[in-house]
Design a protein around this ligand. Structure first.
Ligand SMILES: C[S@@+](CC[C@H](N)C(=O)[O-])C[C@H]1O[C@@H](n2cnc3c(N)ncnc32)[C@H](O)[C@@H]1O
Length: 213
């Protein structure tokens, strides 16, 4: 836990204006143990997309399509490519996207996200990284080649339940140790890039926003 749970629950209880179909997706994700962005992260992404108005968005990690739907609803001129390696998830996401009538603007691609980045020649105004946490540095370095000037690269779960600040507390046999070491390397890298301004925001599991100057 990064944020006190009372504070988190309080923030989550404040708004009742959310599209009821999004609540249904959140319920499905919870019941089926599918990790999706938490409500406050979804709100933050909604604000970012509303302000930035990115015409082309690339998302790494679709799951059931929740965050791509949130982005699609936030700006009606956006076109989203979202990458998912699990075929079952691809099918569920496509069905959900249909229910929101967003199938013309959200394209779910079944693939390995890193392979896609290596072979992609399109440019994007926003890239949202939410796939394999141990691969964030690789994803970010390839994403830098695809992002337009003044574009943003947003990453979720970068603080990994706070473990990144206390790497030494993880024992040698802890299975998360590699991810934590890699996330630390990733956070140092993105925080020291001259051509990007980066902010790391401790909401939910931690997110980062890097703006290409
Ligand atoms: C945290 S979930 C994505 C949640 C989604 N962004 C949302 O908030 O609605 C991460 C997803 O990334 C997918 N994934 C993991 N590694 C991947 C890879 N190498 N290539 C493509 N997808 C991957 C997983 O199958 C999983 O569905």
């Amino acid at each position: 836990m990064i944020v006190d749970s009372n504070v988190e629950n309080y923030i989550r209880s404040l708004s009742n204006t959310k599209d009821s179909r999004l609540f249904k997706l959140e319920k499905y994700a919870k019941e089926n143990h599918v990790p999706i962005v938490e409500s406050e992260v979804a709100n933050f992404i909604n604000i970012l997309v509303t302000l930035k108005k990115p015409k082309n968005i690339l998302e790494l990690g679709t799951a059931i399509g929740y965050s791509s739907i949130v982005m699609g609803l936030s700006f009606s001129d956006s076109n989203i490519v979202t990458l998912e390696k699990n075929s079952k998830m691809v099918e569920i996401a496509q069905n959900n996207i249909l229910k929101f009538g967003l199938e013309d603007r959200i394209n779910v691609v079944e693939c390995d996200a890193y392979e896609y980045l290596l072979n992609c020649s399109s440019k994007f105004d926003m890239i949202f990284i939410d796939a394999a946490k141990g691969q964030y540095l690789k994803y970010f370095k390839e994403s830098m080649k695809l992002i337009n000037d003044m574009g943003i690269i947003v990453c979720d779960n970068v603080l990994f339940r706070g473990m990144v600040c206390d790497e030494k507390a993880l024992t040698k046999r802890h299975r998360k140790i590699t991810i934590v070491k890699r996330l630390n390397e990733f956070l140092k890298y993105i925080s020291n890039l001259e051509e990007y301004k980066t902010s790391i925001i401790p909401i939910d599991d931690g997110m980062s926003i890097s703006y290409k100057i």
